[in-house]
Design a protein around this ligand. Structure first.
Ligand code: PAF
Length: 285
């Protein structure tokens, strides 16, 4: 694999190789098996793959979160070396390469930026829109790979691609879990030991919630989710919502379920000081 940290260097290399489809896996580093599954999907489908590692400041609404975000570049490169081929590229730009001038663009994502994550992380999706569109301009991929753990992010990026009429296909890939069910996340390594031990309660609870849809309405399911998680000390729910996967309309009663749509139970939990998200498809009754 090649490591490139400038936009001109990357563009030159991609042009020389002229391979298509060009696959792209954008990351913020602190790589784990979830990222590697995106890389494997990309290398299976694309003769040339670019993986970017860039911690984007514009998507952090909390300065401490940005400061504490794990940065593990040496370990990331060592891991990628096992999965990328000779010509594949790891793109490691700095802030000046990504934002030569301040990005003042304001995106309009409608409802996608008014529910769930958006209520707890103001400005987050605008920052995601800025960096992903900028990275798409730089890399010019044919296919870009994202993990569905960031369920709302995937919907926002698909909307941005439609709005900007970009010629890139967005592929969402399944959540990869630890053996005990915890969704893999770069933030898992920041969990305190005792909190980490209890963290599988999140997936266990939303899995049960997905089963409960047969015999219960949404208020009962929400009550169950809140009490199951908050009975663990150090765990507090930010939200649990059931939403469709395109417009992210959250529903409060089963009678609001629309045929032809797929629904997901989406959760954000404060586990000690760390914020974790997860989701599961809710089978329609
Ligand atoms: O999902 C992430 O890691 C980030 O939000 C992304 C898509 C790399 C943009 O910074």
């Amino acid at each position: 694999m090649k490591i490139i940290n400038t936009v001109t260097g990357l563009k030159k290399q991609v042009k020389v190789l002229k391979l298509s489809p060009l696959g792209f896996v954008p990351t913020m580093g602190a790589l784990h098996e979830g990222h590697i599954s995106l890389v494997k999907n990309a290398t299976k489908r694309c003769p040339l793959v670019v993986v970017s590692i860039y911690v984007n400041p514009t998507q952090f609404n909390d300065k401490d979160d940005l400061k504490n975000y794990p940065r593990t570049i040496e370990a990331d490169l060592a891991l990628l070396k096992n999965h990328l081929r000779k010509d594949d590229i790891v793109f490691t730009p700095d802030d000046r390469e990504v934002y030569p001038a301040e990005d003042k663009r304001i995106f309009s994502f409608g409802n996608l930026d008014k529910v769930m994550e958006a209520l707890h992380r103001p400005g987050h999706f605008n920052g995601v829109g800025q960096v992903v569109s900028r990275l798409f301009d730089i890399v010019e991929p044919d296919i870009a790979f994202f993990g569905i753990k960031d369920f709302q992010q995937v919907a926002v990026i698909k909307s941005m691609v439609r709005q900007l009429k970009l010629g890139v296909r967005i592929m969402s890939c399944p959540i990869i879990r630890e053996a005990d069910g915890l969704a893999m996340s770069s933030r898992n390594r920041l969990l305190e030991k005792e909190i980490r031990k209890k963290a599988p309660v999140i997936f266990k609870t939303i899995s049960k919630a997905a089963e409960m849809i047969c015999d219960n309405d949404i208020p009962e399911i929400k009550k169950f989710v809140k009490s199951s998680i908050e009975k663990e000390s150090g765990f507090r729910i930010e939200y649990f919502e059931i939403a469709d996967d395109t417009d992210l309309v959250t529903i409060s009663k089963k009678s609001e379920i629309k045929t032809g749509k797929r629904y997901y139970g989406c959760i954000a939990v404060k586990a000690g000081n760390i914020r974790l998200i997860d989701n599961i498809e809710i089978p329609l009754v």
